[in-house]
Design a protein around this ligand. Structure first.
Ligand code: ZN
Length: 126
């Protein structure tokens, strides 16, 4: 998706806030636009603070991050996106200690992020 971005400067300029990261996840999950899983209605609004789409017809709430590697995360999405960059640019060999210094999370959190990313398909975001 972001094949044109080749260095971290461009990456962090592009994924600079929560809204942009959330929109990237939305585009990946619903390339043709949002569709309600309950009633198939194609209009909804974003409840940004909760990472949720509300269907404008049946008012069903659909989590944007459910089923993705960002599921139930308390961390800013920006940190996840930066983690994904470092992970992919270092061919998956980045250490938790290095990630700790790069994105300012604890070692335990960095470990958990790396484990989650290694279990997920992150290429769809890149
Ligand atoms: Zn609906």
């Amino acid at each position: 998706m972001q094949a044109k971005i080749t260095n971290f400067w461009e990456w962090q300029q592009h994924f600079s806030d929560e809204k942009i990261c959330l929109e990237a996840i939305i585009k990946q999950r619903w390339p043709e636009g949002f569709c309600c899983p309950r009633c198939n209605h194609n209009k909804g609004w974003l409840l940004k603070t909760r990472h949720v789409f509300e269907c404008s017809d049946c008012h069903h709430h659909t989590s944007i991050t459910a089923g993705t590697l960002f599921h139930n995360t308390k961390l800013p999405l920006v940190k996840w996106f930066w983690c994904i960059y470092w992970l992919s640019s270092d061919k998956g060999s980045i250490s938790a200690l290095r990630l700790t210094k790069l994105i300012g999370v604890s070692w335990v959190t960095a470990q958990r992020m790396l484990r989650t990313c290694s279990r997920s398909n992150i290429s769809g975001i890149l």
